[in-house]
Design a protein around this ligand. Structure first.
Ligand SMILES: [Zn+2]
Length: 263
């Protein structure tokens, strides 16, 4: 990836924070020769620590965008770190579990998206499972209209140890791989010490859990092989996806302490 970036010399770099964070690793950083004017991240929560690491690596501002396949770029972060909604592009309605509207300034359970710009595939009140808070207070940047806070998915980079080498795997790419597998409704991946992967799986109504697990196992195995990781095990958990035991927040993909990360 570093060689391709160096050759392409992008003016703007867009990616998942977890993927770009892999490039902040000293070994890659030394080889990276690009000078983008802006780095945009989406898909995962951007922590202050990751933002600082990315700014140092790329030498430019790092901003978040709130984006989805169905809605495109729905909001973008200004220099005051507020996510301004592209109100001429989409409507975002914060709602509770029962789809009842949630007031301005209160946290929603999900958000309904109406895309005003896609005339080929109408998207009307499409459910996104992000918790958001919508605000109407003015922002010092001068941009008028609504802005929002997103409590989106958070995940960790997974560090495997294979043949004595530590190999980092970006969580969102792994999530993209799993979520499109037929039968998968929701899932959580927990990496335990010794490269042991626990898969917590919720299947679609008519899907067979054992068959769905086999499909996930097969795909994850192929995916990790691409990184040169072959000495791992994967098992179907008895538990459904749960909140993180320490932070109390939902992390879709994370690592239990004691894995390769700490060695
Ligand atoms: Zn602003």
């Amino acid at each position: 990836m570093v060689e391709e970036l160096n050759e392409f010399k992008p003016g703007v770099v867009i990616g998942y924070p977890g993927t770009l964070e892999l490039l902040t690793d000293e070994a890659y950083k030394a080889k990276l020769k690009i000078k983008p004017s802006l780095v945009l991240v989406s898909g995962e929560h951007l922590s202050d620590m990751t933002r600082a690491k990315l700014e140092k690596t790329f030498g430019c501002p790092v901003r978040s965008i709130y984006a989805s396949t169905e809605g495109g770029t729905m909001a973008f972060e200004c220099r005051y770190n507020r996510m301004h909604i592209n109100e001429d592009w989409c409507i975002l309605e914060p709602v509770d579990e029962e789809n009842r509207p949630v007031a301005m300034g209160e946290r929603s359970s999900k958000v309904l998206l109406t895309n005003l710009s896609n005339f080929t595939q109408p998207i009307i009140r499409y459910e996104l499972t992000d918790r958001v808070i919508i605000h109407d207070e003015p922002c010092p940047c001068g941009k008028k209209g609504l802005w929002l806070e997103v409590e989106g998915r958070t995940s960790d980079v997974l560090y495997f140890r294979s043949n004595g080498i530590k190999i980092g795997v970006a969580p969102m790419s792994l999530a993209d791989t799993i979520e499109v597998i037929p039968g998968v409704r929701n899932f959580q991946v927990v990496l335990h010490p010794n490269n042991e992967i626990e898969l917590r799986l919720v299947c679609m109504k008519n899907a067979d859990p054992a068959e769905t697990f086999q499909r996930v196992k097969q795909r994850v195995t192929e995916y990790l092989y691409e990184f040169g990781i072959s000495d791992f095990s994967i098992y179907l958990s008895k538990d459904p996806p749960r909140l993180h035991p320490k932070s109390g927040k939902f992390k879709q993909i994370y690592q239990i302490d004691g894995g390769a990360q700490d060695q």
